[in-house]
Design a protein around this ligand. Structure first.
Ligand code: URA
Length: 430
């Protein structure tokens, strides 16, 4: 007979939870038999004391077992997914999913909406007239068979224990625990039932993990859980101290993603899209396929059109445009050396691109266009940032977020690479 208080005491005192204790407490919490205040105390004990890799893997398995498993791995092609821990201007899912599908794998991207300063993939795609995020499991399977690429909302039945626990962590100061973040992310991915997974762990001001040591610890925890559950998993750790690409905000990011699919787009977005595509194709046993060729010859763009149309969207439709554009210009000539991702994310959010509460609507046209990126030379008075919104009254607050967020110097001091590290499963080449 288990008791929540006993389980809490074990972790409070720095002990190791047994498999039975973990299975019991996750299941009992999901069914409402362990109270929110008890789970909150346990989450805080985990945050302060940590969990071993074995405890974390078991905790994840218990959260997977709390709901349905989709077994998407059973479609005709190798299945592979990508998950990013979230950043500013991170629209990589949009070009990456159809690109990897065009190269022969099946990519089910069960995605979420944005909360706070990082955007959500579904919000971005909903800028496209007619596009539908909600699909049944049968529709996901059919689209995977026919197109090879799906981006849609996760079904309610996936890892319900995580849904409940994440909401509780959000209001109890227990989000920032590596075992809890890692098990939360991986429970949803394992429940999709894909064969392999590539993680993009963001590092820097615009990310959860602000420094490289923290990012490595999270990447290692994620890869260990994947390996423990038989999922081929690896992680790239990538820079999020500056926004990715030039566009931050839903429709602006879709337009930039389409530029990439047409063979153009900002170099950092292209670099990361190709690096993640190569990693995914390698896991899928398709390492001989060159994703750069599929971008250049239009196959990836074709696959995008089919993916959008399959979900009711019109890939040729005009995207929403903001009625008001405010321009921030360079105060002096020189080289742009800083452009803080977090500040740009907050500015885009204040302009209407993000939501403060789950129930809020987003303004699809709102956001920030970064006309210069670190390393670019600028003349005095040259436009640096465009603030797009339908609500001009939000501009003052967005400008305030951007104060001190960029720096112009006499010489370029910034040379952070985009891909900072790679974490592979034990026994795999790194
Ligand atoms: N994303 C998740 O899905 N879970 C976390 O705990 C943090 C980020």
């Amino acid at each position: 007979m288990h008791s929540a208080v006993d389980v809490i005491r074990v972790k409070r005192d720095g002990g190791r939870l047994s498999d039975e204790q973990i299975d019991w407490v996750v299941d009992a919490y999901t069914r409402g038999q362990v109270a929110d205040e008890q789970m909150a105390a346990l989450a805080m004990a985990v945050l302060l004391r940590g969990m071993t890799p074995e405890e974390t893997a078991r905790w994840t398995a218990a959260m997977v077992a709390s709901g349905e498993v989709l077994a998407l791995g059973s479609v005709g092609r190798p299945t592979v997914d990508k998950h990013s821990t979230g950043g500013v201007g991170d629209k990589i899912t949009l070009p990456l999913t159809p690109l990897v599908a065009a190269c022969g794998a099946a990519v089910p991207q069960l995605s979420g909406r944005g909360l706070g300063h990082t955007g959500g993939t579904l919000d971005k795609l909903e800028s496209i007239p007619g596009w539908r995020a909600q699909l049944s499991v049968a529709e996901v399977r059919a689209q995977l068979d026919e197109v090879g690429a799906v981006v849609c909302a996760a079904t309610e039945g996936l890892a319900p224990a995580d849904r409940k626990l994440y909401a509780l962590r959000d209001v109890t100061g227990t989000v920032e625990s590596i075992p809890l973040i890692a098990s939360s992310i991986m429970s949803k991915k394992i429940a999709e039932g894909v064969q392999s997974l590539v993680l993009d762990v963001k590092c820097g001001s615009g990310a959860f993990m602000k420094d490289l040591d923290q990012a490595r610890a999270l990447a290692t925890a994620l890869v260990e859980i994947g390996s423990a559950s038989g999922l081929r998993t690896s992680a790239l750790i990538t820079d999020m101290s500056v926004p990715l690409g030039r566009a931050v905000g839903n429709a602006l990011e879709v337009a930039e993603a389409v530029d990439v699919l047409r063979g153009g787009g900002p170099p950092d977005v292209v670099e990361l899209t190709l690096a993640l595509a190569r990693e995914m194709l390698d896991h899928a046993g398709l390492s001989e396929v060159d994703p750069a060729a599929a971008l250049a010859d239009g196959r990836a763009h074709d696959s995008w059109r089919r993916m959008i149309e399959a979900q009711g969207g019109d890939p040729a439709a005009e995207l929403p445009r903001a009625r008001h554009i405010d321009v921030i210009t360079a105060p002096r000539a020189g080289v742009l050396t800083e452009l803080d991702a977090f500040a740009v994310g907050i500015a885009a959010w204040r302009l209407g691109a993000g939501r403060a509460r789950k129930e809020d609507d987003v303004d699809h046209a709102a956001g920030v266009l970064c006309l210069a990126k670190p390393g670019d030379s600028v003349a005095a008075g040259q436009p640096l940032l465009e603030l797009h919104t339908d609500r001009p009254e939000t501009v003052a607050a967005a400008r305030e977020a951007l104060q001190g967020a960029y720096e112009i110097s006499d010489a370029d001091r910034r040379s952070t690479p985009l891909i900072l590290d790679r974490v592979a499963a034990k026994g795999e080449p790194s």
